[in-house]
Design a protein around this ligand. Structure first.
Ligand SMILES: Nc1ncnc2c1ncn2[C@@H]1O[C@H](COP(=O)(O)OP(=O)(O)OP(=O)(O)O)[C@@H](O)[C@H]1O
Length: 231
C-alpha cells in the first residue's frame, strides 16, 4: 500500500475549484516532484496532506490514516512561507524542535547548520530571506520522518545553496521515506527526482518515473514541462 494515497480528492475555495478529484498512490523510497505552474493546486494538495485543509470530496490518507495527530508525528512539513519567530536563535530553535518532535536528530541539524555557515547564536530576524529559508529546511530535514512534504523548498535561495540543499535532501532522507517537493523550478530539481507528477488546473495530467518519461518523450522533464504548460 502506498504511503500517500488519495481517491477523488477534491477541494474548493468557495466556488473556486483548486483540486478536481485527484487519484494518487505513492510508494515510499522515492523523491517525488509535484510540478505545476502558479495556481495549479500544489500548495492545496500539501495542505490537505497535512490536515491544514479538509477536502470537499474524496479522501487522502498518509500511511493509511486521515491527516491528524497520528500522521503529524510521521510527516515533516516545510510550508511555502516563513513561520519561525524573528526573536529566536538557531540554537534555541533546535532545542524547541528536539522537545517537540521525538524524531528530531539534533546532531544532523548541527552538522547541516555548520556546513551552511549558520551559527547557533544567530537570530532569525538578523538573517537574509534565503538564510531564513535554509534554517526552516534544515529543521525540517533533521527529522527522521517517513513523509517529507516540501512546498517550494528552493525558491528563495541562490543557485549554489540550491545544490547544497538538494544534496542535503538526498543524503538525509531514509530510504523507506518519501519526499515530495512542490516546485516550478524543474531544471534545478530534475536530477534528484525519481517520480514526477504534473498538476494542471487541479488535475493530475501526468504521473510516472522521471527516467521513463525522459526515455518515452525523448526530452528532459524540464523541456516536457515547458511544452505541457506553454502559455
Ligand atoms: N485561500 C484561498 N481562497 C481562494 N482561492 C484560493 C485560496 N488558496 C488558493 N486558492 C486558489 O486555488 C487554486 C490553487 O492554488 P494553490 O495555492 O494550491 O496553487 P499552487 O500550485 O500552490 O500555486 P503557486 O505555485 O503559485 O504557489 C488557485 O486558483 C488559487 O487562486
Amino acid at each position: 500500500m502506498g504511503i500517500i494515497q488519495c481517491n477523488g480528492l477534491t477541494k474548493y475555495y468557495g466556488a473556486v475549484p483548486a483540486l478536481k478529484g485527484i487519484d494518487l498512490d505513492i510508494e515510499p523510497g522515492q523523491i517525488v516532484g509535484l510540478l505545476g505552474p502558479n495556481g495549479s493546486g500544489k500548495t492545496t494538495f500539501i495542505k490537505l496532506a497535512n490536515g491544514l485543509l479538509t477536502p470537499n470530496g474524496g479522501e487522502i490518507r498518509i500511511n493509511g490514516n486521515t491527516p491528524g495527530p497520528a500522521t503529524k508525528s510521521i510527516v515533516a512539513y516545510l510550508p511555502d512561507r516563513e513561520f519561525l519567530p524573528g526573536y529566536m536563535k538557531v540554537g534555541a530553535l533546535m532545542k524547541y524542535y528536539a522537545d517537540f518532535f521525538r524524531d528530531f536528530n539534533e546532531s544532523k541539524a548541527i552538522e547541516m547548520f555548520r556546513s551552511l555557515g549558520i551559527q547557533p547564536d544567530m537570530t532569525i530576524r538578523s538573517m537574509s530571506k534565503g538564510t531564513r529559508e535554509k534554517v526552516q529546511l534544515v529543521l525540517c530535514m533533521s527529522r527522521e520522518a517517513q513523509v517529507y512534504l516540501l512546498d517550494e523548498p528552493i525558491g528563495g535561495v541562490d543557485p549554489a545553496a540550491r545544490d547544497y540543499i538538494l544534496r542535503t535532501i538526498i543524503s538525509n532522507y531514509n530510504p523507506r521515506a518519501v519526499v515530495m517537493i512542490s516546485t516550478h523550478l524543474i531544471s534545478d530539481v530534475e536530477s534528484i527526482l525519481d517520480d514526477v507528477i504534473f498538476i494542471k488546473e487541479g488535475n493530475i495530467v501526468l504521473h510516472g518515473k522521471a527516467d521513463d518519461i525522459r526515455a518515452e518523450k525523448g526530452m528532459s522533464v524540464d523541456a516536457l514541462f515547458r511544452e505541457v504548460f506553454k502559455c
